[in-house]
Design a protein around this ligand. Structure first.
Ligand code: HCD
Length: 517
């Protein structure tokens, strides 16, 4: 067989999350000659790019088909279908965008190894168009090349390094405690000793309050009954922004803009709302900082740290802080909602997690930072949620060198997509993928390039550590206080609105633990 794989050392196997990346990055230069050699050896059997299966010849017919299948909302299921039809690699051209799609973890390893020094993903054209239109700077999410690298390296130190994550914990714990207090109050008011609701609105507020407290070192006050209408408007704008983005992945925004289409106008209005709210928060902190003298006693938040560090321009800082704030609401709240939904479906798993949390609390005398080191099953639950209900349907890179995947030659410069949703549900990758089993992330089984919910490598999600910590703390508090139940079996599927969302409301019942027996 000509198919070669990236060999992994035991060190990489034991640290499959971020650390595998460094191991791989360091190796990539040294292992290249070996790869070339293997590829040439088998060159007689390597098939050319043009032989990759798939419907890539008639892009307009494909766009039409896509439309007919309601592809804008079914992208994830269409990808699964395509892998079933064509196998583990296929080429596709829908409208103006062309890609090669892959599904196997081993192939993902080859892809990320070829991402180059300045990894580049698919450009979300409506987002860059808005910024060009309004003359706003791109943040690190939309930047590329050297500019991306410089910004990203500085941001990493303030947003994703373990040292600063410890600073986030007390801030996030406060929000978690307030959330629990709010749920207790709702239960009390119901007079039924339980609260049955679509939690998504509460979770949006929890997520915005959490990410804001980390970014600004200040509370917005969203855990009260009365909340600032501007904050609610911000939340609504994010939903509209995502919803209006997906059709514009296939219809050029520049065209819609010239036509004065409603879709484009709604998109602009949504981003305007997002930027206005973020600008208000940022200016508020900026003003306070100028009035203050000396070094702050307590951790002042990501924004103030970046301003004091004085290594990025204020405009660059603002752009990336806005992206973090906008990206940190629907993503984490939806992941938490799916997790509660799965826990409601699996009462015994819920008990198991509760026991783990109780033991962790006892062992760490309530010190949250210590607790977070003792909850592997809770962390496994979050990974399991992101496997089955990923936020992003795919991960993409423009490769910077020729590669061979599934014995096909793929030239440098090609957009290659890993079907993350499809991979998470592929029985060849995950045994019994339909079962929710957090423990599959504990066993010493092979996790090589399987936990990719936050992407991979230097271009992975910048908000990852904020999101993980925020979600872990949320689950700890919820498990310690409430039992989660759901109505008789109702299956909820995902729908694609740029990110994957539940297609209908998820109704859950929360009961206080003491009286739930
Ligand atoms: C959507 O085919 C489907 O963290 C497209 C390919 C694609 C490209 C970029 C992805 C996007 C998908 C999903 C949402 C992502 C985005 C990159 C960042 C963004 C994954 C998979 C997200 C949710 C952060 C959004 C921040 C923004 C609001 C400033």
């Amino acid at each position: 067989m000509a198919r070669w794989s990236v060999r992994c050392s035991p060190a990489m196997l034991s640290a499959p999350w971020t650390d595998g990346l460094t191991a791989l990055g360091v190796r990539s230069s040294t292992s290249m000659p070996e790869v070339r050699l293997l590829a040439t050896e088998s060159s007689s059997t390597v098939r050319p790019f043009n032989e990759i299966p798939g419907l890539w010849k008639n892009s307009l017919a494909n766009l039409y088909n896509f439309w007919k299948l309601d592809g804008f909302r079914n992208l994830h299921r269409i990808m699964v279908q395509n892998f079933n039809t064509f196998g583990p690699i296929y080429r596709e051209k829908v409208g103006y965008y062309e890609s090669v799609n892959i599904i196997n973890p081993e192939d993902a390893a080859i892809l990320f190894k070829a991402e180059g020094r300045y990894p580049k993903r698919l450009k979300v054209e409506p987002w860059t168009s808005y910024r060009d239109y309004r003359n706003r700077k791109y943040g690190v999410l939309l930047k590329n090349g050297d500019d991306w690298k410089t910004n990203r390296v500085i941001l990493n130190k303030e947003v994703i390094s373990p040292k600063v994550v410890a600073n986030f914990v007390p801030l996030l714990e406060d929000v978690g405690l307030d959330f629990v207090a709010r749920v207790h109050k709702k239960i009390e008011r119901s007079g039924q000793n339980k609260w049955t609701t679509d939690l998504s609105h509460e979770l949006f507020k929890y997520a915005l309050e959490s990410v804001s407290s980390v970014l600004y070192g200040e509370r917005l006050g969203l855990m009260h009954d009365y909340i600032d209408p501007d904050a609610q408007h911000f939340i609504d704008c994010i939903t509209v922004m995502f919803k209006t983005t997906s059709p514009m992945l296939y219809i050029p925004p520049s065209l819609l803009r010239r036509l004065g289409a409603k879709l484009w106008r709604d998109h602009v209005a949504a981003w305007d709302g997002i930027f206005n709210q973020a600008d208000r928060c940022i200016h508020n902190i900026y003003r306070q900082l100028r009035l203050e003298t000396g070094t702050p006693k307590k951790y002042p938040g990501v924004l103030a740290s970046l301003l004091m560090l004085d290594k990025l321009s204020i405009e660059d800082i603002k752009a990336s802080i806005t992206e973090l704030m906008a990206g940190g609401v629907d993503t984490t709240s939806i992941t938490l909602l799916w997790t509660l939904y799965e826990l409601a479906k699996h009462p015994s798993l819920q008990e198991e997690l509760r026991a783990e949390v109780a033991a962790a609390r006892a062992e760490s005398n309530g010190d949250m930072l210590e607790m977070l080191k003792r909850i592997p099953l809770v962390k496994g639950a979050l990974k399991e949620t992101l496997r089955f209900h990923p936020v992003a349907v795919s991960l993409q890179r423009y490769i910077t060198e020729d590669i061979i995947i599934q014995n096909y030659h793929i030239p440098s410069g090609t957009l290659v997509q890993l079907g993350l949703y499809a991979m998470g549900r592929d029985p060849k990758v995950f045994a019994r993928p339909e079962q929710y089993q957090p423990s599959r992330w504990l066993r010493t089984e092979n996790h090589y390039f399987k936990s990719l919910g936050f992407g991979f490598g230097p271009r992975q999600c910048l908000g990852r550590r904020i999101a993980e910590t925020e979600m872990q703390i949320f689950l700890i508090h919820m498990l310690e206080n409430f039992k989660v139940e759901k109505q008789r079996h109702v299956e909820v599927r995902s729908t694609f609105e740029l990110i994957l969302l539940p297609e209908k409301p998820i109704i859950l019942t929360l009961k206080p633990l003491q009286s739930s027996r």
